[in-house]
Ligand binder design. Structure first.
Ligand SMILES: [Zn+2]
Length: 318
């Protein structure tokens, strides 16, 4: 189910040491998560010619319609198709090279009817979902995988928890010829990162909303009182200041989920670029020497993986 490469997919692909094209694979739970988490980073790598692959695990059928202008009977009756069309528009804006649907129904929140469906992501057998992801990893051959941390106390959506639960086993199994022998030629990814929000990032943006006299969407994150304090985990900072417009376009493509008049969209990109232009990642697994000491800041998800010739190009600014 791979979409054709987009315009952003450059001719001159950067490579790893072994001559394989660099590939970044991101695993997300629902249509719109790919826009709200790490989309500036994907846009940046896509522009560099890195193949970027999205795995979207569910159809997001249980999501509420959060934009009053999009809440019509027609949209409600066709929510799966509407959300798939929104997803395609979002990944075009970001510049993803390919989309793979893992094929599960949205699991909804605990104690809802959809949460009891046997075909939802959270209720499907873990090994089945891991195998589906392994099959995609082996076909796409990413060096780097981005997924979610175990954050169930702060955000207990069963689909987000499940993304975490399948990613580590799939990372390990993909390179093991004894695991899932029918799922393609083994391929071992080299690095796995968690995408997320540090406290310092959320606080910086929150204070800027307040300074401008706007209602802050982050206020309720702090009100819940359990926002994780994991700032020391986020040692990889990608400057996406030049890609904020692509992130915004991707978010706005999710018309049923994002109200263009809502508070999320009210901080101008120019201001975000000045106060916090980074997306942050927590290294969770690395099988390569990145050349960056553990715990030290890193500014490239592919650190330690690039062919020497490409490194020279980057340093020379080409
Ligand atoms: Zn989600």
């Amino acid at each position: 189910m791979a979409a054709p490469p987009t315009d952003h997919y450059a001719e001159d692909h950067p490579q790893d040491d072994a001559g394989n094209p660099l590939c970044l694979l991101a695993v997300h739970a629902h249509p719109d998560d790919e826009a709200s988490k790490g989309s500036g980073t994907v846009a940046k790598y896509a522009d560099e010619g890195v193949r970027s692959v999205l795995v979207c695990c569910t159809g997001g059928e249980a999501g509420d319609i959060l934009n009053p202008a999009a809440d019509t009977p027609d949209v409600r009756a066709n929510l799966h198709d509407v959300r798939m069309a929104e997803l395609q528009a979002s990944i075009d804006a970001i510049g993803y090279s390919a989309l793979h649907l893992l094929g599960y129904h949205d699991s909804g929140m605990p104690d809802t009817d959809v949460n009891a469906r046997p075909d939802n992501f959270a209720n499907a057998p873990l090994d089945e979902a891991v195998e589906r992801l392994v099959k995609i990893i082996r076909a796409e051959r990413p060096q780097v995988i981005v997924t979610y941390a175990e954050d169930r106390e702060f955000y207990p959506h069963p689909d987000h928890i499940r993304v975490h639960e399948i990613s580590l086993p799939a990372f390990d199994a993909a390179g093991d010829p004894d695991r899932f022998p029918d799922a393609g030629e083994p391929w071992q990814p080299s690095k796995l990162y968690y995408t997320g929000w540090s406290r310092r990032r959320v606080l910086t943006l929150h204070e800027e909303f307040e300074r401008r006299g706007e209602e802050s969407p982050y206020a309720r994150w702090f009100e819940r009182g359990n926002f994780p304090d994991h700032d020391d985990r986020f040692t990889t900072m990608i400057d996406v200041g030049e890609y904020l417009h692509r992130r915004r376009a991707a978010l706005l493509a999710h018309r049923t989920q994002v109200d263009p008049e809502g508070f999320w969209m009210r901080l101008p990109d120019d201001r975000v670029r000045e106060i916090f232009p980074w997306e942050e990642f927590a290294p969770a697994r690395s099988l390569v020497d990145t050349g960056v000491p553990q715990g030290e800041p890193e500014d490239d998800l592919f650190a330690g993986l690039r062919a020497p010739a490409d490194l020279h190009k980057i340093r020379a600014g080409h």
